[in-house]
Design a protein around this ligand. Structure first.
Ligand code: DP6
Length: 351
């Protein structure tokens, strides 16, 4: 299967500079737990965001000894450089020219670095796209559908969730019988004509409850699923949720969508609490906000709900439509107080 990405192209390498950008994404059904070689333990689906992006320039100097220098917002990042070097060595099978030169990578995010918003998805997505641009350049090919799929495949090997950021809209990663063509090796767009209009015009406002490094990285968190006694049930549940979500998306059942998405977020964090050693990434503000949202929904019946990634920040989800102004007003008046420094990133889904 992975062999489809090993090409016997004739490469003509030379000095080159390419620039790519890639958005972040927020999962509705979460990827949490993986096997060797970044194979996900269950299928996941996410919305690709519109404003939270990483912009990356890759300068390739052909023929020099292999090395990687990475600058994040102009600052040389040694740890990040090492990580990328390791990643490039790991994908040589798929890009045979990759170790035949020196790299200077300049990257920046549109969202604040300290925000705690995951940058690995947009970061590795942008690098993988840049590498594929070099690959098609050196092999005199075009950046076509196949190249994009390979970018998703390569992005996954950097960070699992990155493979979903290569496509707009709702994107699926991981084999599920519910989505034709889905794969553990790369992401595929969820069929647009099977999504009700209500799910195509959605906001995601990220409340920055805790800015800065989180105590346990996602990679370590995934690893702890190996010994989590509830892991198998969780993986099964993700499959069941996919089946439910497919119907929800088709018929436009917003209340059922809200229930499923919030439940996925809470399950993710419940898994953390039941890991050995246990860990908690939510903060007091996270819980305060969740309770406020539930109270608001009960009182107004308006469709404001949440999801969480592997951190304390709360992603506030709501469709555009009737009641949107009241929802935005409520967020500004009642929820902003729980952020660390009046921090909110106002994003939306891109279809
Ligand atoms: C909770 O993709 O960051 O955001 O593959 O180890 O780099 P690695 O992990 P990562 O995990 C993301 C976990 C999540 C859920 C999701 O995005 O599906």
């Amino acid at each position: 299967m992975e062999n489809q990405f090993i090409k016997k192209n004739q490469y003509q390498i030379g000095n080159a500079v390419v620039t790519q950008h890639c958005p972040s994404n927020i999962a509705l059904i979460k990827y949490w737990g993986k096997y060797e070689n970044q194979i996900p333990a269950n299928p996941s689906i996410s919305y690709t965001l519109n404003h939270c992006k990483t912009l990356t320039e890759i300068e390739f100097i052909a023929g020099e000894d292999f090395s990687v220098q990475t600058y994040l917002s102009g600052k040389l990042e040694l740890k990040f450089s090492e990580k990328i070097e390791k990643y490039f060595k790991n994908i040589e099978n798929y890009l045979p020219w990759i170790l035949k030169g020196k790299y200077i990578i300049r990257t920046e995010n549109t969202f604040p670095h300290s925000s705690g918003i995951a940058s690995s998805a947009s970061g590795f997505g942008a690098i993988a796209k840049g590498l594929m641009e070099l690959d098609v350049l050196f092999s005199n090919q075009q950046m076509d559908e196949e190249a994009l799929q390979k970018a998703s495949f390569l992005g996954r090997l950097g960070s699992g969730s990155a493979c979903r950021s290569l496509y707009p809209g709702l994107v699926v990663w991981g084999k599920t019988e519910e989505v034709a063509g889905s794969s553990d090796f790369y992401a595929v767009p969820y069929p647009n004509d099977e999504v009700h209009a209500i799910f195509k015009d959605f906001n995601d406002w990220v409340l920055l409850i805790h800015e800065g490094e989180k105590s346990v990285s996602s990679t370590v968190g995934h690893g702890l699923m190996k010994t989590n006694p509830y892991a198998e049930q969780r993986f099964q549940q993700a499959h069941v949720n996919f089946k439910k979500l497919k119907e929800i998306l088709r018929i436009g059942d917003l209340p059922a969508f809200i229930k499923l998405v919030e439940h996925e977020a809470l399950t993710l964090h419940a898994m953390m609490m039941m890991s050995d050693p246990a860990f908690i990434l939510m903060k007091t503000g996270t819980l305060e906000v969740i309770n406020k949202i539930w109270e608001f929904r009960k009182n107004t019946q308006l469709p404001l709900f949440f999801t969480l990634d592997a951190g304390a920040n709360v992603h506030l989800l709501f469709p555009n439509g009737e009641g949107t102004a009241s929802i935005k007003n409520f967020i500004e008046q009642e929820l902003m107080q729980y952020t660390q420094s009046k921090g909110v990133v106002k994003d939306e889904m891109i279809f």
